[in-house]
Design a protein around this ligand. Structure first.
Ligand code: SAH
Ligand code: SF4
Length: 400
């Protein structure tokens, strides 16, 4: 035995440098419980109290939506002041909010460094889905995707990812009354899809930490089955996703031959269809109640023939799956057209008759460029932003 104090797990999990709030204080949003505990201790909270303090602060931040330490009434006044001196509770800022005729809300969100990402809220009869971004831009260059035309600027931090959920709840007015945690069914924001900008599996650790915060029963408390992560097919990370996050999986499939998929989803050159399917067959959580969603964008004359539909069902044979057919959403300069409606229905019919659910995704928020694949950082659309900024009502009003 040596005399040196043991290095605890918590010390090891403290990020080398706490994420900074705008004024330089450490930002607590996005820290895992272990990281939060370590940060409190490092700032002087006695170790024996730390666990309890983590629980208290966690509930204020993630269950009640409080951003001001002063409002944390179950903590001593001095301690609240101490916390405020060292820390902040900061979520990214909504720069503008656009509301579509169909109720879809698109938030333009500013993160540290002046970068911007988009977050989309889609209300439906039985649920409200928030589509969140994981990166500014994307390293991949899928030829039908607007985000793919923007180079990767950086990964979002865990705080910026969970922050999108928090700012949407701010805007929806959905923080509960004290001690009345909402039930999933009654929620405005009941589901999350990681289908915004970026490839979530190329920012795995931050996405995992953020989703663990979202799922934590003492906070936002969303079930893992209400979270769907969409990947273009980063094969080595797929099993990890089941093990470390446990959410549902969606895959941007989009083609039935390697030749076409190489062109549409270039990551296919690295991990071709056979390897991708193998990793999905082995997905640890696969079952009939937790099927894999195959996303399939319908591009006229490219991937939408009857033969494609038949090849698709053959390829996925044996995988509990649902096929989400996405009519291509156009964006300025896009090199593709949307398949004809009859073609999409015929495709859906073939897939359905083979025993798979094959819903055709209704494009939502097209009028505000919020539909799948239309998102692109407004840093590249600065002129448009200047027009939007500060405009209330239709063009969106930042929350009070
Ligand atoms: N990067 C991840 C998640 C973001 S994209 C991924 O690729 O899976 C979310 C979904 O929208 C993907 O299935 C993507 O292929 C699809 N998509 C991208 N551009 C589109 C467009 N213009 N029209 C319709 N769907 C599109
Ligand atoms: Fe990136 Fe997904 Fe768009 Fe491909 S489809 S460029 S992986 S965001």
């Amino acid at each position: 035995m040596t005399a040196t104090a043991p290095i605890t797990q918590d010390v090891l999990t403290l990020p080398r440098k706490l994420p900074e709030a705008a004024d330089g204080r450490g930002n607590l949003v996005g820290l895992t419980r272990a990281q939060l505990r370590a940060a409190l201790i490092a700032a002087g909270t006695p170790e024996r109290q730390a666990k309890m303090r983590v629980g208290q602060i966690w509930q204020w931040i993630y269950q009640k939506g409080v951003r001001d330490f002063g409002a944390m009434t179950n903590l001593a006044k001095d301690y609240r002041a101490h916390l405020a001196e060292h820390f902040a509770i900061e979520v990214p800022e909504i720069v503008s909010r656009q509301v579509s005729a169909d109720g879809t809300r698109k938030y333009l969100v500013r993160i540290a460094g002046g970068h911007e990402v988009e977050t989309v809220y889609i209300p439906e009869a039985d649920r409200g889905t928030l589509c969140i971004s994981s990166q500014v831009g994307c390293t991949l260059t899928c030829s039908f995707c607007h985000t793919g035309t923007q180079r990767l600027v950086r990964n979002l931090t865990a705080g910026e990812i969970v922050g999108q959920v928090m700012l949407a709840r701010d805007d929806l007015g959905e923080w509960p009354e004290p001690d009345r945690a909402p039930k999933d069914e009654t929620r405005l924001l009941s589901n999350i899809v990681l289908m915004g900008m970026g490839e979530p599996l190329y920012n795995f650790d931050n996405v995992r930490d953020a989703m663990q915060i979202v799922m934590d029963g003492e906070g936002i408390s969303l079930s893992r089955r209400r979270i769907t992560l969409s990947t273009s097919g980063v094969v080595p990370e797929i099993a990890r996703c089941a093990e470390e996050i446990g959410c549902l999986m969606a895959v941007s499939f989009h083609a039935t031959t390697d030749e076409v998929r190489d062109r549409l989803v270039p990551i296919n050159r690295k991990w071709p269809i056979a390897e991708l399917l193998e990793s999905l067959r082995a997905y640890p959580r696969l079952s009939n109640s937790e099927r894999i969603t195959f996303e399939y964008v319908m591009l006229k004359g490219v991937n939408d023939t009857d033969a494609d539909a038949r090849r698709l069902v053959k390829l996925i044979e044996g995988i509990p799956a649902k096929i989400n057919l996405i009519p291509f959403n156009e964006w300025p300069g896009a090199p593709y057209e949307r398949s004809d409606w009859e073609g999409i229905e015929r495709f859906a019919d073939i897939v359905y008759k083979a025993g798979y659910a094959a819903p055709i995704r209704t494009p939502r928020g097209e009028d505000i460029m919020a539909a799948c694949g239309q998102l692109k950082s407004a840093s590249e659309r600065a002129a448009r932003r200047r027009v939007l900024e500060g405009q209330p009502a239709a063009a969106g009003q930042p929350p009070a």
